[in-house]
Design a binder for this molecule. Structure first.
Ligand code: NDP
Length: 342
């Protein structure tokens, strides 16, 4: 079998030298364990955090350790009564051609119910993140205005589509004209602005004001950086900011390109939170999987009926996972980034 391990820690942006492809013997299942041949694996922004050894909510990948990932595939050996050869399952198998896990850590998939890749995106962790973050912390009300960046990704597109269904005005922010077109035409956003087209946050804010004539009630935070800087002064009283991610800062640690005014200084952030009575909630989705069955029950039928759309970007071959991952961090993906192994 093949796997990709963390060869070294990145200084800023990851480089190909940070990854190494290794070959090892196929695992044999212990008692209660299942071996899966991976068909598709997920690439997600959180993996960038696992490459650093800074203290965080999850342990870093050790040097020489397998990169972490959720994946779906077919059972090829089983020592558990709950799985038989030929079953399909989701598990945290990592960046690898095969995985061996206890049956209790796997989720059985039914390929007749739709593509198994959905378990990595729209009906998996990212889609669930959008649904939970919006419902629990965004608390959408018809007639309000929501802004979300990374709008065509699996989190942003879930948030935008659910908010539209709830009767909100929904403005996306995405990188490039094609993604903006997709946000409007495929995902039904009312409008979408290309953050790359603006030199700084002030310029972006000017057009956001036109797109959001009644201000912003919910800013679903996926990116930080220039977008946050543009949005913060536009928040309405009693606005909500679910803090889901801040990808603009995952590599840089600073304000990033286009930081232009003082909106992101600590005092200014706190002043905005205070004088506009904002509710700002950070969350890490792994703490909320008790709601996952509720999510599947609500969103699964919408996906099956085509009422909720999703887009996948599929790279080919485990050896190409590092390139696809590095590109995704900079917006190289269009839709949920997946790697096809079989
Ligand atoms: P995406 O598939 O949307 O990929 C990331 C996208 O981020 C890129 O495609 C790019 O889109 C955008 N991006 C990258 N750099 C910048 C930048 N400097 N400014 C603005 N946008 C940028 O990712 P996901 O949908 O999987 O995740 C979205 C966010 O949600 C991430 O921050 C992620 O870490 C977070 N997340 C948090 C979870 C939690 O538990 N809190 C769980 C899952 C995800 P574009 O080209 O359109 O700019």
């Amino acid at each position: 079998m093949q796997e990709i391990v963390l060869a070294s820690r990145p200084e800023a942006e990851p480089t190909p030298e940070n990854f190494r492809l290794e070959t090892s013997p196929l695992p044999t299942p212990g008692d209660g364990e299942v071996v899966v041949k991976v068909h598709y694996m997920s690439l997600d922004p959180y993996m960038r955090g696992r490459m650093d050894d800074a203290k965080s909510y999850a342990a870093p990948v050790p040097i020489g350790g397998r990169m972490e990932a959720g994946a779906v595939g077919e059972v090829i050996a089983s020592n558990s009564p709950h799985f038989k050869v030929g079953d399909f399952a989701f598990g945290m198998f990592g960046w690898a051609s095969h995985g061996c896990l206890p049956a209790r850590e796997l989720r059985k998939l039914d390929p007749s119910q739709g593509p198994i890749t959905a378990a990595l995106g729209v009906l998996g962790m990212p889609g669930f993140t959008g649904w939970h973050g919006l419902s629990a912390y965004g608390r959408p009300q018809a007639g309000e205005t929501l802004v979300v960046a990374a709008a065509t990704g699996p989190v942003g597109s879930m948030v935008g589509q659910l908010a539209k269904k709830a009767g909100l005005r929904v403005i996306g922010i995405a990188g490039g004209a094609e993604k903006c077109k997709m946000a409007v035409e495929t995902f039904g956003f009312d409008a979408c602005l290309d953050h790359r087209a603006y030199a700084d946050a002030r310029a972006l804010r000017k057009d956001l004001k036109e797109a959001c004539p009644k201000g912003i009630d919910i800013y679903f935070e996926n990116v930080g950086g220039k977008v946050l800087e543009a949005v913060l002064p536009m928040m309405n009283p009693h606005g909500r900011i679910p803090i889901c991610g801040m990808i603009a800062w995952y590599n840089a640690g600073g304000l990033g390109e286009g930081a232009s005014d003082a909106a992101l200084t600590g005092p200014n952030i706190w002043r905005n939170v205070l004088v506009k009575f904002l509710s700002v909630n950070g969350f890490i989705i792994s703490n909320h999987f008790d709601r996952y069955p509720e999510f599947l029950k609500e969103v699964g039928p919408m996906v099956a009926k085509g009422e909720l759309r999703f887009v996948e970007d599929i790279a080919e071959g485990l050896e190409n996972a590092p390139t696809a991952f590095m590109a995704m961090l900079k917006g190289g993906n269009t839709g949920k980034q997946i790697v096809k192994l079989v």
